[in-house]
Design a protein. Sequence first.
Length: 70
Amino acid sequence: MLGNLLLIGSTNLISIYLALEMQTLCMFILVAYNKNSLLSAEAGLKYFVLGALSSGLFLFGCALIYGSTG
């Protein structure tokens, strides 16, 4: 919930990134919550890898925007 509120009130790319990462962390906990299920563990690992990849691409895009605008 805090990640959603931070995302609404964000004014720059760093605060957007931090709010999205906070939401991703909460969703990762919810996805991998069931420790007894192999499907839950697999889904949690896939979500973590996909989240790390998308986070890196977002930061790369932010760096490109910052580099082109100064």
